[in-house]
Design a protein around this ligand. Sequence first.
Ligand code: ZN
Length: 310
Amino acid sequence: MSILSRPYFHDETAAFAFLESVIWPEGPVCVKCGSVQRITKVKANPEKRIRVGLHRCGACKAQFRVTVGTVFEHVRIPLNKCLQAAHLMCSSKKGISAHQISRILEVQYKTAWFLCHRIREAMRDGELPAMSGPDGVVEVDETYVGGKAKNRAYKEPNPKKEVFSLVERDVKLRSFHVANVTAKSVRPVIAANVDKATVIMTDESPIYTGTRKGFAGHHTVNHSANEYVRLGAYVHVNAAESFFSIVKRGITGTYHSVSEAHLHRYLAEFDFRYNNRSKLGCEDAERAERALRGIAGKRLTYGGTNEAHS
Ligand SMILES: [Zn+2]
């Protein structure tokens, strides 16, 4: 037996039962009227085109499945395969390519690509409270990610894209990509995510000039001098640096290159795994379950037909 022997990876009825236990821990909730009483299961019947996982609300008569209103709502492959993909993405530290998912799940590449983005959307945090607070420190650090020119013989190399992350006490982090990184573009992101009573710690890059304004303080660290800074109980140990090395190896090694339009979703994926890592007591199965909790209230639709598949 292994974790991959679990029935919800192989059987759609078991997959729905599992997802229902994650999304509806207290029992089914009507997606239309919110009722939690008099909800009955409708038996699946392929001949009558009654699908697996259907429920009926006695109050408003609505029929619905747990996937309604989630990123899995319009996925056309069996739910057990979606759960396999979520598990693979959550257990691969540097990510897993849509090509790999397509081969393992035996689905078309495009299907796998959309599915991976849906799962990334589930991993994305919604509105979050401000980081840190009085006596707190948030470290801000930046890096560049992007494909290498030697791998793109017939095309112009992808310009490297700047990513910056906010790290709270070496534990949790949030990453962002903004085009044209300047003090003007970075400051509002920091302001929107960090409590005003926090001390900000950055390197000496000019993009952080003026960061002090609006915060309890701003300290700078000289990376090249290998400087360690002690500030109260806080020790600067380059949490962002170790995170960036995972992101870089993931983006160049697994995804090869990532288009600017989708970079924020890949960052959400790396943030999610980092913030739910084994070191914090979160193992693969629990991590996948936490990702699945994030499917609700998010829908991902692709209006354009010219989406870059990377
Ligand atoms: Zn209802």
